[in-house]
Design a protein around this ligand. Sequence first.
Ligand SMILES: C[S@@+](CC[C@H](N)C(=O)[O-])C[C@H]1O[C@@H](n2cnc3c(N)ncnc32)[C@H](O)[C@@H]1O
Length: 374
Amino acid sequence: MTDFPTLSWPEADGPHSARWRSEAAVPPAKRVVIADDRTTADAAYRLACEGTALLWRGDFQNARQLLQAMTRRLERKPRKQAASPLDAFNLHRQAQAQRARTLGMLLIPLEGDYTIPLRRAPSVQEACEEVYGPPTHEPSIVSLRELLGLIGAHEWRKKGVEIPALQERIHPHYGVFSPVRGEYVDLVARTPLPSLEKAFDIGVGTGVLSAVLAKRGVKRIVATDQDPRALACAKENLTRLGYERQVEIIAADLFPEGRAPLVVCNPPWVPARPASPIENAVYDYENRMLLGFLNGLADHLEPGGEGWLILSDFAEHLGMRARDWLLAAIDNAGLTVAGREDIKPRHPKATDATDPLHTARVAEVTSLWRLKAK
Ligand SMILES: C[S@@+](CC[C@H](N)C(=O)[O-])C[C@H]1O[C@@H](n2cnc3c(N)ncnc32)[C@H](O)[C@@H]1O
């Protein structure tokens, strides 16, 4: 018995199979054909659209080019007209899912030590170890699209993201929410602190907000997350920045034990169902984390303490969450709004008129809600 999925495919000498890897938890394809440098982009695209995977045996760089050619074919398909911002969002997600399905059909073999047994293949051992863990010494199969994602994540992890409020870089790990759109970090850096004694950081991610609080002089911070990758990533960043004695990082669902005069939370901001585990930092299905934070906050605040909820109103512009609903949720949780700091996104997508969600993006404001117990 194996505890991982396997992919099976036919060869001249009979059926073969190997471990299937998919961080997005995509099941292995049922139909697989062998493809190589002779496979045309039209044929590959047609097979992929039909749900047949192509196990690549040719030159690695040619596989990359084939994937680009398949992407161009996908992008040529006319977009459906959306009747409303919500419709645009749903169509966008459908298109993303279809894109992931089709482009995920081009497969690459990996040896047990994460080398790629193909001509002109790059070395991906470090990138694979960071995501898959130490080599397990059995060959496996992965989609080229996932593999390129791993390579990109490895580069970001090495390079890091500049955080002006810290005058330092934060190095995100694969699958951990990255503070590339960093305006919300500025809100945490500039809002007057209710106390320097202690803070909780709920959903620590890369550790960026804990680092900002530590830099601002908060003496003790307890940070939580449920995702083992976020916990490891935050630990690494906070240690590198020299805050490991100030910040304790623990695995917990929402709050740690006890109370603090400041509790900070930047939950995922779109209340839709995540399509894969790596979307958990963006999509908060049925507002679970948002409501969990609001409903538990009063019991974790010291008298006079503040909860800082960082939330974009993007979902409101999509018609997925109403402002009145949020205000009622705050009130029902026994909280009042003591103040609010707003900031407009600066990322380039916010001004890209060709983006299908442009109308919602131009209107988007991210707020830091200062909440107190009634
Ligand atoms: C939008 S990210 C924010 C990360 C980081 N605080 C930041 O501002 O960059 C939300 C984080 O909350 C974490 N999370 C989701 N549900 C959680 C829960 N129930 N308890 C603790 N953390 C949770 C996710 O793993 C993710 O790291």
